[in-house]
Design a protein around this ligand. Structure first.
Ligand SMILES: Cc1ncc(COP(=O)(O)O)c(C=O)c1O
Length: 308
């Protein structure tokens, strides 16, 4: 009896802890808003068993999701690439995300939209799985300490390589992030903020969860997707802002040596926004934050303001 009581107490304590951790988090699952502790998945979902699914990360500013149509377009493209049928329309998903951002207790936040293959037989064959499970989390997010964002972050070049684009199209934003997680663990062990991944050709692909830009010989450069980069929505926005403000840029392969000779390096992502890189493998980048970064950062802040 006593042992049973202790177990009950432990379960209750776990629930209270979970509730407390989730007070600032809203969830939507398969068509309905629900408390975070009720947003659960089966252990037979292939998203859980095999990372068989896709996702998007979207920021909202002033309660308005930024570039939501671009994110929805990429979500449906990812789903298409791996033949997952999303049982909701784009308008329904946009409606659900807009609703969460309007109901949140904070006006700026982050939305995670996830689609899994759904429940299926234990083998990895996707035939017989489904329907897809769809869930949304709206929460607060700070990716990097404010000081790191202001002064620049320290990075390493990870020994973990980006999965080759012929093995897995990097444009599919899938639930398989082990490759990136291994690189992040390397960064943790090296006591730096972030890792940069190269591909098998020793060219720069991207960072753990961000695209990478460098300024080399006066030109802004970022690698093409087939070098192993996600077709980042922030990357696309930065390229458009560079074009508008006549900053010379190119999408081209960046050998490791070119990265190490860059005058400026910075990372972009929905979660990360724009972050200047201060050092790579303990070598300082000459300009951090550099003039091109600073200009683009201001243009990006203006862009967010116009959109929200
Ligand atoms: C691997 C990876 N690269 C790049 C990015 C940046 O993409 P976006 O600007 O669309 O957020 C992300 C963001 O989720 C990512 O996970």
């Amino acid at each position: 009896m006593k042992q049973h009581d202790t177990e009950v107490e432990k379960t209750e304590a776990r629930k209270t802890k979970k509730k407390r951790a989730n007070t600032n988090t809203l969830c939507w699952m398969n068509g309905n808003q629900c408390p975070p502790e009720d947003a659960t998945l089966s252990i037979f979902d292939h998203g859980v068993l095999y990372g068989d699914g896709i996702f998007e990360g979207i920021r909202f500013y002033n309660r308005k999701p930024l570039l939501i149509n671009d994110h929805i377009e990429r979500l449906f493209a990812s789903a298409n690439s791996i033949e997952i049928t999303i049982p909701y329309t784009a308008a329904e998903l946009i409606g659900a995300m807009t609703d969460l951002s309007e109901k949140a207790s904070f006006s700026d936040g982050y939305i995670r939209l996830v689609v899994t293959r759904g429940i299926g037989p234990i083998g990895l064959n996707p035939i017989g799985c489904g329907p897809a499970n769809v869930f949304i989390i709206a929460t607060e997010l700070t990716m990097m300490p404010a000081q790191a964002v202001r002064d620049g972050i320290n990075t390493i070049i990870a020994t973990t390589r980006r999965v080759s684009s012929s093995a897995l199209d990097p444009r599919i934003k899938s639930l398989n992030y082990l490759n990136n997680i291994l690189a992040k663990q390397e960064a943790n062990k090296a006591n730096v903020d972030e890792a940069i991944l190269l591909n098998d050709q020793n060219n720069v692909a991207e960072a753990v969860a961000e695209n990478i830009f460098i300024v080399h010989r006066g030109k802004l450069l970022t690698p093409p997707c087939d070098e192993g980069a996600l077709n980042g929505i922030t990357r696309k926005t930065i390229l458009a802002l560079a074009q508008e403000s006549e900053i010379a840029y190119d999408i081209q392969s960046i050998p490791e040596a070119t990265l190490l000779a860059a005058d400026e390096v910075f990372l972009t992502g929905t979660g990360a926004e724009l972050i200047p890189v201060r050092s790579i493998n303990e070598t300082l980048i000459p300009q951090c934050p550099g003039p091109i970064f600073t200009k683009l950062q201001r243009l990006y802040a203006d862009f967010i303001q116009q959109q929200s």
